[in-house]
Design a protein around this ligand. Structure first.
Ligand SMILES: [Zn+2]
Length: 148
């Protein structure tokens, strides 16, 4: 059976958190979400692309809606080679510059310096919990549902 992860990341890819904030956030999640195997925190050395794993299916242009998945994966290879130091891309169909995180993904995903990862959460994260975490971490958060 595959594992499901709920990854909580900041919507701001440059956002950082303190150890204290992380400990409090993990404690709140553990106290609130009782139906999980494991809550962990990962701090990355460089920006990481947090995708939805097997859930991932396609990427389209936010301006004209054209599917640009193949172009996207080439761009990702280049951006990855530069360790995501630059996240701006020029969409080929509309020739408009945007951030790669702003494209339309069929499943939510994002770029992050850190993540809080909840394994096999048997319930959904409540809006109330999300607001508490946003207040604590001082950022707006994105949820990425990952199946591996
Ligand atoms: Zn387009």
């Amino acid at each position: 059976m595959s594992d499901q992860y709920t990854c909580i990341i900041s919507s701001d890819s440059k956002h950082v958190v303190s150890n204290n904030q992380v400990q409090q956030a993990v404690a709140i999640i553990e106290a609130t979400c009782l139906l999980t195997d494991d809550v962990s925190f990962n701090q990355f050395e460089t920006l990481q692309f947090i995708d939805s794993g097997q859930n991932f299916s396609h990427v389209s242009c936010p301006y004209c809606n054209k599917e640009i998945s193949e172009w996207w994966s080439e761009q990702m290879d280049e951006l990855y080679a530069s360790r995501f130091s630059n996240l701006y891309v020029n969409v080929p169909c509309c020739n408009i510059t945007t951030m790669i995180g702003q494209l339309h993904y069929s499943w939510p995903c994002g770029f992050a310096q850190y993540e809080i990862r909840i394994k096999n959460l048997g319930e959904s994260i409540s809006a109330e919990l999300l607001m508490k975490l946003e207040h604590l971490l001082e950022t707006t958060l994105l949820l990425v549902y990952q199946r591996v």
